[in-house]
Design a protein around this ligand. Structure first.
Ligand code: DAH
Length: 345
């Protein structure tokens, strides 16, 4: 019996299992119930009692050896692509998943593209700014509530009093206006996309980080009519050729006169629906004629030049475009959400 086992050990070791068929034959020959090892277990009953321990151990070793050879060969075969597969040109290709741009990037790129077409170039400014560029140069009175600790994230603050040297996270991209104007003379026709920060509790309708696109045009004889025509062009390009705009008087420290712009609701065409709360209009941006104080603070002569400016929230436009009204979704970056956005931008 021991000789027979030894003989089988040799046979198992020498067996060449190099294909799925060979391996199956190996399994039938050695490992199946009626295979050679299975028979040994049957014969084991006839082994004299004093030999049982030794013979049993040898049979177990043989069985383990065969099982190990089987397992190893199987995983080796699984890891090699058979020649048939390699050369089968009719097999479907492996899908290659392409990423998509973030919806906020798509909308921002579309806004930038629209203004590029009418001669606006792009510039960016720092997110960590000083009080001067965010507030003081933008004609914010010292006691203006937007300077309050409630709204602004301060990085370095000299005292509880506002100071143009305080360092903070910019609360709007209007700060880039003053950065550009202190270094360039008109004509200036630019847009400034970027991220802004406000100390707000996060909810479906508000977030402490969001995105804006600021626009600035300063030259000789720039009028409110130029502003209106530029924004009408933007609204039609962004929301469709039938879009109408209306300008409502408003207040911003850095523009005089100031206005807020509404576009006719692209969902109901102006008839009134729950998106526009029955009014037929959607508010999308703030704008106005650059205040002479702002020009002066950045070294531009308001006697010679005039300008218009506007600022819009990218999330706000994305909400209207995609009907996704919970702001938090734009920041969570759940791929199931992001995957839905595909566009040329
Ligand atoms: N900075 C304003 C805000 O964050 C938006 C704005 C309003 C920008 C009017 C402008 C403007 O340039 O003229 O709410």
């Amino acid at each position: 019996m021991l000789d027979k086992i030894k003989d089988l050990v040799d046979k198992v070791q020498q067996y060449k299992a190099d294909s799925a068929e060979n391996l199956e034959q190996f399994r039938l020959k050695f490992l199946s119930k009626k295979g050679e090892i299975g028979q040994l277990f049957d014969e084991f009953r006839t082994v004299p009692a004093e030999m049982k321990k030794q013979v049993g151990a040898e049979i177990n070793k043989l069985k383990q050896l065969a099982q190990q050879k089987y397992d190893e060969t199987l995983s080796a075969l699984e890891n090699t692509v058979s020649d048939d597969c390699k050369h089968d040109l009719t097999r479907p290709g492996e899908a290659f998943e392409l990423g998509t741009r973030h919806p906020i990037s798509l909308v921002k790129n579309e806004i930038v593209d629209i203004f590029n077409r009418i001669g606006f170039t792009v510039a960016e400014g720092p997110e960590v700014e000083d009080d001067w560029h965010v507030f003081s140069a933008m004609n914010f009175p010292i006691e203006h509530p937007a300077r309050d600790m409630q709204d602004t994230f301060f990085v370095e603050k000299a005292s509880s009093e506002p100071n143009p040297h305080d360092i903070l996270l910019r609360t709007h991209t209007s700060s880039v206006q003053s950065r550009i104007m202190e270094n360039a003379q008109p004509p200036i026709r630019m847009i400034f996309p970027g991220r802004v920060f406000r100390n707000e509790a996060i909810s479906a309708r508000a977030h402490c980080i969001f995105h804006q696109v600021e626009g600035l045009y300063v030259a000789e004889n720039v009028s409110f009519a130029d502003l209106k025509q530029t924004l009408l062009y933007f609204a039609k390009e962004m929301f469709g050729p039938d879009t109408k705009i209306r300008l409502r008087p408003s207040y911003f420290p850095f523009t005089e006169p100031s206005a807020e712009m509404d576009v006719s609701c692209s969902i109901c065409g102006g008839k009134g629906c729950n998106i526009c709360k029955g009014t037929g209009w959607l508010e999308i941006l703030g704008c106005g004629m650059v205040d002479p104080n702002v020009l002066r603070a950045s070294g531009i002569d308001p006697e010679v030049y005039s300008g218009f400016a506007f600022g819009m929230g990218v999330e706000r436009i994305a909400m209207l475009k995609y009907q996704v009204r919970d702001l938090r979704l734009y920041f969570e970056n759940d791929v199931r959400f992001l995957k839905q956005f595909k566009s040329a931008y």
